[in-house]
Design a protein around this ligand. Sequence first.
Ligand SMILES: Cc1cc2nc3c(=O)[nH]c(=O)nc-3n(C[C@H](O)[C@H](O)[C@H](O)COP(=O)(O)OP(=O)(O)OC[C@H]3O[C@@H](n4cnc5c(N)ncnc54)[C@H](O)[C@@H]3O)c2cc1C
Length: 286
Amino acid sequence: MLQPFSYTCPKDTEEALVLLNNAGARPIAGGTDLVIQLRAKRLPSNPLVVDLSHLDELHFLAETENQLKLGPLLTHQELADSPQIQQGAPLLAQACRRVGTPQIRERGTLGGNIVHASPAADTLPPLLVHDAFFTLQSAYGTRSLAANSFFRAPYQTEISSAELLVQVSLQKLFGFGFGYQRLIRRQAVGIARLIVAGALLLEAGRIREARIACGAAAPTVFRAHQAESWLAGKKCGAEIFRKAGELVSAEMIERSGVRWSTPYKQPVLATLVKRALDQAAAIANG
Ligand SMILES: Cc1cc2nc3c(=O)[nH]c(=O)nc-3n(C[C@H](O)[C@H](O)[C@H](O)COP(=O)(O)OP(=O)(O)OC[C@H]3O[C@@H](n4cnc5c(N)ncnc54)[C@H](O)[C@@H]3O)c2cc1C
């Protein structure tokens, strides 16, 4: 049984934003996270569920010379299938391809994945690699926040209850090679235990720029800036990538402290980082 709730279906974003000014109002997109919260009776009493799913203005994919602009209602399946995403943000396409089941990929949206803010959400590491930023709109105005500073804690973000996520902007990365690694407990539907998204830009066999983002490794998704800086200028090679993996694992422990899972996650994360960088270097080398 779901907890009691009221439901409304606004005709456009403007009306949705007015409705979100009501205390207890919550947007719903695909509902694959929110309905579970309603079933677990985790929302405040009698919430007003504001249905966004039919708002065409939140469902778009546009491109400029340097950016991809994504509407929050794009589903995981649409992102995985899009030639523009496969070409411009292949890490995101790969991540979306691995979400849940075909039914979840058809219903679950990019915006819902971001705002739900699970530490293990699949789209978040690729978004951090692309220096994504989020456009948030309320009845009073619009603001932009970098993905890197959006996630406060597990399931907590900087968005206010009166705001909607209306656009996700990704920086295009020209000339980079990409690597993606995702660990799950079993070869079936499963929430990721660790995710690594990596990108390398090479110049004459040396690393000009490295980007590494990790999911499910700490309370929030993070960019491994220490390892990224350490890699800059170094020659590509197995030993360098192994050492970078160790640095990322150390960064995970700095962020999350030592937990019961640390003896397992520490070496496994290091290995996944090495594999992601191996893949990225192979692609960058053509
Ligand atoms: C069986 C199952 C398997 C799953 N597997 C995975 C998986 O492998 N990887 C993964 O990452 N996730 C997984 N999920 C979680 C879920 O499917 C995703 O997080 C999905 O992307 C959520 O999108 P949604 O549109 O369904 O969100 P909803 O449930 O509609 O909303 C989620 C949250 O976001 C808010 N919200 C939605 N859109 C907006 C917006 N535009 N502006 C402001 N707030 C908004 C809602 O109020 C709510 O708080 C799984 C879920 C299930 C049930």
